[in-house]
Ligand binder design. Structure first.
Ligand code: FES
Length: 140
């Protein structure tokens, strides 16, 4: 796996001061500007849908927990807690293989379901419910 593969995750742009967003490299260099979260019935706002490229990903933080949102097909958004279920390293999306990959022990997860494709992880990534309201993404 090439380091550049891990750099395909883009950053969501913040919605005013309501979301805590950041960018990561799968190697774990997470950065996040933490601001007060606001909650709606759709969940917690994480950014603009247009900031997530088709076939790509973006990272966010909700309540101090790292997340990753993907758009596998146009208009289809999925989001996961990006903490690997093996020993807790942050997973990243590898566009060339369409897998979420952990840099620590190389577990791989399905980009749509979060299911383990290759261990040592035994459990799927925790999935968020994603809702799009007026072009904004919400998770809960
Ligand atoms: S922490 Fe992810 S595979 Fe070990």
């Amino acid at each position: 796996m090439d380091r550049r593969d891990f750099l395909t995750t883009s950053a969501l742009s913040a919605i005013g001061a309501t979301a805590a967003l950041g960018t990561t490299e799968a190697a774990g260099a997470a950065t996040a500007e933490r601001t007060e979260l606001s909650h709606t019935s759709a969940g917690t706002p994480i950014g603009k849908a247009s900031s997530v490229p088709v076939g790509g990903s973006a990272t966010f933080t909700v309540a101090g927990k790292p997340g990753i949102v993907l758009q596998p097909k146009a208009g289809q958004f999925v989001a996961f807690n990006s903490t690997c279920t093996h020993e807790g390293c942050p997973v990243g999306f590898v566009r060339s293989t369409k897998l979420l990959v952990c840099p620590c022990h190389h577990s791989e997860f399905n980009e749509v379901t979060g299911a383990v494709v290759r261990g040592p992880a035994q459990r799927a990534l925790a999935k968020f419910t994603v809702t799009v309201v007026k072009g904004e993404l919400y998770v809960k």
